[in-house]
Design a protein around this ligand. Sequence first.
Ligand code: DGL
Length: 261
Amino acid sequence: MTIGVFDSGLGGLAIARAIAELLPAYDYLYLGDTKRVPYGNRSQETIHGFTARALDFLFENDCRLVVIACNTASAESLRKSQQEYLPRNYPDRRILGVIIPTAEAAVEAGGRSVGVLATMSTVESGAYERELKRQSSEITVVQRPAPLLVPIIENDGLKYAGPILDDYLEGFESTDSLILGCTHYCVIKDEVRRRFTGPVVSSDEVVPPKLADYLRRHPEIEETLSKRGRRRYCVTDLTSSYASFAGRLAGADLPLEVVSI
Ligand code: DGL
C-alpha cells in the first residue's frame, strides 16, 4: 500500500519532496487539488467537503496512510475526517495532519511566544493557537493571515515578496519563534530567516522526521506499506503555469497526471 500526500494545490510538493528524500523506499501518491485551490479563504464546511473528496480518491487508490500537508485542510478538516469520515468509510486507514507536529516543533524550539503566519482560514480556525496552548499553557500566540503570499509564490513573483514580507513580519517583532503555517511558505523560508532572528518552523523540515517517527511507532501500518520507490503525482487541473510551478517546487519536471475527484 501507498503513502498519500494531499494539498490544496502544489505547495505540498515541497513537503512531499522532503518526505521522499528522508524515506525514499516507500511508494507515494501526491494529490494537489489545483481545480479548487486556494482553500485558504473558504469556509470550514467547504474545505471539509473538498478534503473528503480528496481522501476518497487517495484511499480508493490504495493509500494506507494520508498526510494532509495542507495547513488549511488540517486546521479545518483533520479532526472531522479522523472522527467521522474514517470510521464511516475506511476504519483501517489513517490520516495525519501538520498542525500538531508543527506546533510541537515550535514548542521544542523554546520561548514563551510563538508567531503563526498562515492563510485566513487557518488563522480563523484557531487550530494553531489551540494546539500550542494545549502543549504549553504558558505560551502566547500571535497569528497573522498572509493572503498575498500564496499568489506571489505561485506566480514566480518572489522578487516582489520583500516589502510584503517586511510588512507581515512586523506583527511578530515580540515573538520568540515563528511558524510558517502554509505549504507555500516553505519556498520563502530563507527570505523569512533573513528577516526573523528566532527559530522559523517550516513544515518541510518538521513533517518528514515526524512521519518517520510515526512509522517506527506503528509497525502494523509500516509493514503494510510497499517499498518499490514509486511516485505518482496527481492534480485536478493542469495548466502550463501549474506545470512550471510544480517543476520549481520539485526541483525537476514532474509527470503530472490529471484526475477527476
Ligand atoms: N496549501 C494551503 C495551506 O497550506 C495554502 C494554499 C491555499 O490557500 O489553498 O494552507
